[in-house]
Design a binder for this molecule. Structure first.
Ligand code: GDP
Ligand code: MG
Length: 311
């Protein structure tokens, strides 16, 4: 991989740039939607529910000779359970490790208590920070300007952007800024790896999204989807086996539904979307298993790329 990246850097004219941009913000401000808008394809889970993003899902934006790796962090919120704490710790770790930090604020919600708590911690992150006011399609322009001034008075950002991740307003400007502000250097991902690498994690995100959409409030957040088997079969189709892990037998029953009707409809919806995205036939097999004590098992945290909180 090193050889490939060096080659990429040498090819063509001009200097390449590459780096990580972390998106942080309260749950539901539109981080995942923004990643999708910047990348131009559906890469992370987006649902109207809060806290569905658990791991640091990456999207890769290429703009001219620049490569920006987007880190979509779990939302930052007051932690209660151990898993909550792991998510928040991971979100801040993502910010500290990045080359650039984008702080997202929902323009409609404005400068609320959650955003205030978040901005108070920003001085600890010694990285360039930009403010991104999202959902500008939902508020009047004068209110936007007031909000930008109000937030910058509390924390002076290097730049402020006003965007709508939903309809694309302001996205091109933000993309250009990110591309120009990551450090000079070779690309982090060779061009030909960009399309393939995230396919498996994408497949589990899609199944999780269907679970959340179909089960609404009934479903606990302690749920993971893992790829058990992934292979190409005759005719170029993909055969994918996934296991949905839940914490209790009662949850397993909910996911299965009457006579297996729920899991069947989740599987059908996920399969349809996957096959459209991967542009090939997909055979998807879903299993539901109970994994007890999931929330306290350090190994599970490691697998999800989360830090295990000791207390
Ligand atoms: P996250 O928790 O920060 O990752 O937020 P999501 O990306 O999952 O978005 C939460 C909700 O806000 C979803 O229902 C999105 O469709 C919605 N949303 C995101 N961006 C915009 C936007 O620019 N305008 C509007 N009106 N809604 C948005
Ligand atoms: Mg999200």
């Amino acid at each position: 991989m090193l050889a490939t990246t060096n080659e990429t850097a040498r090819e063509g004219e001009g200097e390449t740039r590459a780096g990580f941009a972390a998106l942080i913000g309260a749950p539901n401000v539109g981080k995942s939607t923004l990643v999708n808008a910047l990348v131009g394809a559906k890469v992370t889970i987006v649902t109207p529910k809060v806290q569905t993003t658990r791991t640091l899902v990456r999207g890769i934006v290429t703009d001219g000779r620049s490569q920006v790796v987007l880190v979509d962090t779990p939302g930052i919120f007051p932690p209660r359970r151990r898993l909550d704490r792991a998510m928040v710790t991971t979100a801040w770790a993502g910010a500290h490790d990045a080359d650039l930090v984008c702080v997202l604020v929902d323009a409609k919600r404005g400068f609320d208590a959650e955003t205030e708590a978040l901005t108070e911690k920003l001085p600890e992150v010694a990285k360039p920070k930009i403010l991104v006011l999202n959902k500008i399609d939902t508020v009047e322009k004068p209110k936007l300007l007031t909000l930008a001034v109000e937030i910058n008075a509390r924390h002076k950002f290097d730049a402020t952007f006003m965007v709508s991740a939903l309809n694309g307003d302001g996205i091109a400007d933000l993309k250009r800024y990110l591309a120009e502000h990551v450090p000079a250097g070779p690309w982090l991902y060779p061009e030909d790896e960009i399309a393939d690498a995230p396919a498996q994690s994408l497949s589990t995100e899609i199944t999780r999204e269907k679970l959340f959409l179909k089960l609404h409030q009934e479903l606990p957040y302690q749920l993971t989807v893992e790829v058990e088997d992934w292979k190409e079969v005759r005719g170029g189709a993909l055969r994918i086996e996934q296991t949905i892990y839940v914490e209790r037998e009662s949850q397993r029953k909910i996911v299965l539904g009457e006579g297996g009707s729920m899991i069947k409809s989740i599987g059908a919806a996920a399969r349809k979307e996957l096959s459209e995205l991967l542009e090939r036939p997909v055979h998807l097999f879903l299993f539901v298993k109970v994994r007890e004590g999931w929330g306290d098992d350090p190994e599970r945290y490691r697998e999800m790329g989360l830090e295990f909180p000791r207390e």
